[in-house]
Design a protein around this ligand. Structure first.
Ligand code: DX5
Ligand code: ZN
Length: 223
């Protein structure tokens, strides 16, 4: 069985049809549900919030993959419902006390990931490797769906994978988020990515069902 994971981005679902989409995503082999939280400050947009996550957690059969695009996440960790087996990402650029946030995530049995923007260097992760379960590489600038890939991030994935292996941290997962289209996903997978956030450019692409798009994406990421 492949270790590659597909994480459909719930912000890209038609919001009045979330229930139907959940059923379809669960039955077609999605691995995680990616939930974007934006605070209008770290990124200019607003998206899904604490009440939505609470209700989703009660209903969802799949683990959550909560992407916190919020400033000072360590102050608000208790506002979010998550636990054993869920994934939670905090941004390197958004916190002066990252270890506090990462420790709080792991204390609840969830996997702690650090997210880095396209312009943030891999070297920023140097003092965090013992405290994380993975790295979320933003392949667009966070804030909006439907953006174009920042091309240099493909090389960055490869560089990160090579560096992690060399440092003895090859077990850490690499997640990619932003314009993970069918074509880009294949290149990201070859570069060493493990978790693929599937938004408007793949699973929610028009013209095919969620199940058809998921199957298509699965074929392209499995090497
Ligand atoms: C970007 C978001 C992503 C995004 C992915 O800030 O985190 O989840 O919606 O979807 P597309 O494929 O539209 O880039
Ligand atoms: Zn995201």
């Amino acid at each position: 069985m492949s270790s590659k994971k597909i994480a459909p981005s719930v912000m890209c679902a038609p919001l009045l049809e979330v229930e139907r989409c959940l059923q379809e995503l669960e039955s077609c082999g999605s691995d995680l549900l990616h939930i974007d939280v934006m605070d209008g400050s770290f990124v200019s947009n607003y998206t899904l919030g604490t009440d939505f996550i609470r209700q989703l957690k009660e209903r969802a059969k799949l683990p959550l993959d909560i992407h916190l695009m919020i400033n000072d996440p360590e102050r608000k960790m208790d506002w979010f419902v998550f636990g054993e087996g869920d994934y939670v990402s905090v941004h390197f650029e958004a916190s002066a006390h990252l270890h506090r946030a990462l420790t709080a995530i792991r204390a609840r049995g969830a996997k702690a990931l650090v997210a880095i923007n396209p312009s943030t260097p891999i070297s920023s992760l140097d003092s965090l490797l013992d405290d994380i379960d993975g790295v979320l590489i933003m392949t667009v600038n966070p804030g909006f769906a439907g953006q174009k890939l920042v091309e240099s991030t493909i090389k960055k994935i490869q560089k990160l994978r090579t560096w992690l292996v060399a440092e003895g941290y090859g077990h850490l997962e690499i997640e990619v988020d932003g314009n993970v289209s069918f074509e880009n996903a294949k290149r990201m997978s070859e570069a060493g990515a493990d978790i693929f956030v599937a938004g408007s450019s793949s699973v929610f692409a028009k013209g095919a069902t969620l199940a058809e798009n998921t199957e298509n994406l699965r074929k392209l990421i499995e090497l």
